[in-house]
Design a protein. Sequence first.
Length: 188
Amino acid sequence: MTISTQKYLDGVINDLEEAMTKVERLTENLDEKTLNQPEAEGKWSMLQCVEHITLATAIYVKNFSEKLDGQQLPAAVDNYKGHWKGRMFAKMNAPKPEGEIPMKLKTFKFLEPKSQLNSQSVLAEFRQVHEQMISLVENSRMVNIDRIKVPTALGSMVKLRLGEALRFIIAHTQRHLVQLERIKKVVQ
């Protein structure tokens, strides 16, 4: 896959903005009790789902910030190619076009949300983290996103190229937005 780097990054920003809009739309006018009601026994509530997305995205915000801050980095190139490893990670997480989740994945303990959450703080933090990510994507326009590697949520042992890490974040977020819609249908 080869695409204009700027077009690719525009798409990432668009996906992040759409995620923020979708979370706002799905949670608006719902009371605290409804937002904290689990889908079923042992399942997450809407707020837990949003909190999980935030926790995961925040790791990449931190990792991207550290990588993009003050280092000599390779300059941007016109086209983005991507890598098979990143495509595989994203495909494992992304929902299918009809909204089906292709593979059930276990959440790491450190990414599991608390059981009772405050809607105002969870939703504000979600927005803040996603705005920070958008800012970092804008900053990455000046570097070669195909040559810079960043640690994943698994730590520095597993790294993805910056462009592929962005693809993974979007896939992960979209996966949980499908879950958020499903939870809302059950609890509302």
